[in-house]
Design a protein around this ligand. Sequence first.
Ligand SMILES: C[S@@+](CC[C@H](N)C(=O)[O-])C[C@H]1O[C@@H](n2cnc3c(N)ncnc32)[C@H](O)[C@@H]1O
Length: 282
Amino acid sequence: MEKFNSQIEVKNDGLYTPIVREWSLEKYQLVGSYCDIFTNGMKFKWDQLVYIDLFAGAGHATIKESNKTYLNSAFTAMSIPVPFTKYILCEKNEKRFDALSDRVKRDFSHLNVELIKGDSNKNVQKVINAIPPFKRGNTLLPFCFVDPYSLNLNFSTIRALGSTLMDFLILKALHMDANRNIETYLKDKNTKIADYLGKSNWRELLEEDSSYKKNFVKFLADQYQEQMYQIGYQKTKYMHHIRSNQKNLPLYYLAFFSKNPRGIDFFKKIQGYVKPQLKLDL
Ligand SMILES: C[S@@+](CC[C@H](N)C(=O)[O-])C[C@H]1O[C@@H](n2cnc3c(N)ncnc32)[C@H](O)[C@@H]1O
């Protein structure tokens, strides 16, 4: 199978285009490569393959460092040679949603795309309703990409979607958000971490293990993994770390979850395509 180029440069089209940092290209590469291998490998095994993007952005993004514009994750996923049978794209920000909608109409009207405006944590039932019906003889496998800036992703959202057979690639802004804001999150009334992990007793769990106090990122990663395991996902962590290009600082990681051993094989394979991984103690 020929490797799909998932860093697709485009001309400035005059529509609203967010500015992002250069490491976003690594993310596009990972998502694009996964989607490519997923649809190629699964097209004869499932009748319908669905791509869900809970934080879709505007479709295009301009790299701050080079001023070049690229297709973002959702648009890269729509450009693969064997497309998904349906795309469900969600975006809360009005300006981004409008640009996304205009670009989808202009460039991808040949695909089955449903756009959902608003907060994905609140719209989870709308997302579930947008997934086509399936039954024996009409099988369906969804892949969900989850790309929030911060820890603004409730575990209840993932639990509701993950109750079906669904693969997830979830961006975890643990270094960017959790580490920077730990003092605020530790305050009694703050519910950010409880919502993120779906565990109201997380402060007690943190107290129980002194090693976690020095490594809050590891605490969150372990607790998240445990929560995913509770809803039927694998125990082992499969993740891709992204670090800043100049200072080599850890920024975030992309965690992959599947209930299907083939999905895990696909993820391991595409990790070899993208920049070599740097090991972190997670
Ligand atoms: C990191 S960006 C995603 C970028 C996009 N996936 C890409 O590849 O360029 C996060 C996006 O999610 C949107 N967003 C933030 N909170 C949201 C929420 N609760 N529900 C839906 N979209 C949200 C933001 O407006 C932003 O466009």
